[in-house]
Design a protein around this ligand. Structure first.
Ligand SMILES: C[S@@+](CC[C@H](N)C(=O)[O-])C[C@H]1O[C@@H](n2cnc3c(N)ncnc32)[C@H](O)[C@@H]1O
Length: 281
């Protein structure tokens, strides 16, 4: 949830979420060690719900740019694969625009929400990067810097190579990644909280290494009796030098560039968008 800072004045109104700064987090429990969590253990039910209810802003601001990039694919009736689809926030917009979409994610709780929120997808199913096979498609999209959840740079590059090989000739991909610059911005160590009528979420940040940031995410979801169910997740993220990715992708037959956004939206400092096209079969 880099998305605390995504620029969209109307987003809070739409999601009913209020942003509050909970103060700096020196000595926070996230500080220091690198945590390893299986991808399928991320975004359990509490966090999946809190994310869907309160962190839709990043997907929402990215939609117009993504739809524009994908327009040629839509006109040709191509097949779009979404990675890290979460609760289906982007999936629903792709379907509404007339795309045929396979939406995928590692989290069972997120996929359950996506099946409700984004009916009409060709398929909604579990796909965990970097090693699950990706079907051949005409476009691959992802928002929410899914690549950063991978354990290290080698896994991130393996995932990017797999994405490149899954594209049919002429196929395109557009995904956001977090650059090293993001860690610099986060090293100031602020924590953020968001709250809605029936949920709350507090995120503490740490930057244990220059190419990593970690988050402890505490969520509260209201039960029917007015009590709240609490859950805590720890996420560790790898930061990439985005400028070095196009050269790596060229070796996979993909021409790629690093952009500041999918379209004209303003993304948080350190978030970058990789847009590529498969030029070779
Ligand atoms: C920040 S959320 C973004 C969700 C959605 N794209 C959105 O913007 O609303 C990141 C998503 O990546 C998924 N994810 C994390 N690691 C993954 C992996 N290794 N393979 C597939 N999905 C993964 C998470 O389950 C989560 O749904």
């Amino acid at each position: 949830m880099t998305h605390a800072e995504t620029t969209s004045p109307s987003a809070s109104k739409r999601t009913g979420a209020a942003l509050v700064t909970a103060g700096s987090a020196p000595g926070s429990p996230v500080g220091g060690k690198v945590i390893r969590v299986r991808p399928s253990d991320l975004y359990r039910e509490n966090l999946a719900l809190a994310y869907h209810r309160g962190f839709a802003d990043h997907a929402q601001v990215s939609v117009p740019g993504i739809l524009e990039l994908l327009d040629p694919v839509r006109i040709q009736g191509g097949l779009v694969l979404e990675l890290g689809c979460g609760s289906g926030l982007l999936t629903r917009e792709l379907i509404a625009d007339g795309h045929r979409v396979i939406a995928t994610d590692a989290s069972a709780a997120m996929l359950k929400l996506a099946r409700d929120y984004a009916p009409g997808a060709v398929e909604i199913r579990q796909l965990t990067l970097p090693d699950d096979p990706i079907p051949k498609v005409d476009a691959i999209v992802s928002v929410g810097h899914m690549i950063s959840y991978l354990p290290d740079e080698a896994a991130a590059y393996r995932a990017l190579a797999s994405i490149s090989r899954a594209l049919r000739p002429g196929g395109i991909f557009a995904i956001d990644v977090v650059d090293i610059e993001y860690g610099v911005a986060r090293s100031r160590g602020s924590a953020v909280g968001r709250i809605g009528p029936d949920w709350g979420c507090i995120i503490e940040y740490a930057t244990p290494e220059p190419n990593r940031f970690a988050r402890r995410i505490t969520t509260f979801i209201a039960n029917q009796d007015g009590s709240y169910l609490r859950d805590d997740e720890q996420h560790s993220h790898i930061l990439l030098d985005a400028s070095s990715v196009p050269a790596m992708l060229a070796a996979e037959g993909v021409e790629a560039e690093v952009l500041p956004a999918f379209g004209i939206e303003r993304l948080p400092p350190g978030l970058r968008v990789l847009v590529g096209r498969r030029t070779k079969s």
